[in-house]
Design a protein around this ligand. Structure first.
Ligand SMILES: C[S@@+](CC[C@H](N)C(=O)[O-])C[C@H]1O[C@@H](n2cnc3c(N)ncnc32)[C@H](O)[C@@H]1O
Length: 253
């Protein structure tokens, strides 16, 4: 995958382009609740927290949370837009986090795992910061468990290019199970509709998906032309809900 530098691309429009509706946010928090311990507060890490799309909701639901994010610009946006007294943001990578050992009850990686360059090191670092018995919530796509959004078929090589961004599930599981983790759950979460197809097209135009950076400019142009034609036929049709994978791991004692 072409590496994305969030300090020069996407950061300006990410919060708008990738915004969750309240219903979508509730669905994700409910899914995390189902695989986390019941006691409160829980100390959390949002690793690759970006613009803080989920961080304040994690703080509200579970307790104090630290967003770890390498991009200065993404972090600045989070500090401006995603404030909560129990949410803080620090510079760091999944491979190297400025947080104490065994201090977190859980770590969430929401669509950030595929950006990690040194994955074996990240597996070890996550095992250092999450306490024994604690959880890692890996909201990732996998090349063999890949949700297909309705708009992807309009882009040349769309599914093939998007799928190539991700590892197969067994490869991710092997990395973690040989690095101090065990799988406790794998399932899909139904992410409710984000609104109408017309609204989705407007947000896609902001290109705040790493997928677009993998295509040639003429493929992007052709894709948007195809998609515009399809959406024009019924712009008010609701976007379908999507089943998205969530892998939960436990830090072995
Ligand atoms: C697609 S965004 C997801 C942001 C946020 N989790 C969300 O769902 O809105 C991916 C984020 O991962 C961050 N990232 C890139 N490399 C990383 C690494 N090695 N460790 C942690 N985060 C990383 C990027 O800077 C970016 O903010």
């Amino acid at each position: 995958m072409r590496r994305i530098d969030y300090d020069t691309e996407q950061y300006r429009d990410y919060a708008r382009g990738r915004a969750f509706t309240e219903r979508q946010l509730r669905a994700w928090i409910g899914a995390f609740e189902a695989v986390l311990p019941e006691r409160r507060p829980l100390e959390g890490l949002d690793v690759g927290s970006g613009t803080g799309r989920l961080t304040p909701a994690l703080a509200r639901a579970f307790g104090p949370v630290t967003g770890v994010e390498p991009s200065i610009r993404m972090r600045e946006t989070a500090q401006e837009r995603s404030r909560h007294p129990d949410a803080r943001y620090v510079a760091g990578l999944a491979e190297d986090m400025p947080v104490p050992s065994a201090g977190a009850d859980y770590a969430l990686m929401f669509l950030s795992w595929h950006h990690v360059q040194d994955k074996p090191r990240a597996v070890r670092e996550l095992a250092r910061v999450v306490r024994p018995g604690g959880r890692l919530l890996l909201r990732a796509n996998f090349s063999d468990h890949h949700p297909m959004p309705w708009w992807l078929e309009y882009f040349p090589r769309g599914f093939e290019v998007d799928t190539a961004l991700f590892q197969p599930l067994h490869e991710v599981i092997e990395m973690f199970t040989s690095g101090g983790w065990r799988v406790t759950d794998f399932g899909t979460v139904t992410q409710p509709s984000s609104g109408t197809r017309g609204e989705r097209l407007e947000r896609l135009r902001l290109r705040t998906l790493s997928f677009f950076a993998q295509l040639a400019p003429d493929e992007v142009e052709t894709g948007f032309r195809n998609l515009e034609r399809a959406v024009a036929a019924d712009p008010d049709a609701p976007v379908p809900a999507l089943s998205e994978p969530l892998l939960t791991l436990e830090r072995r004692p």
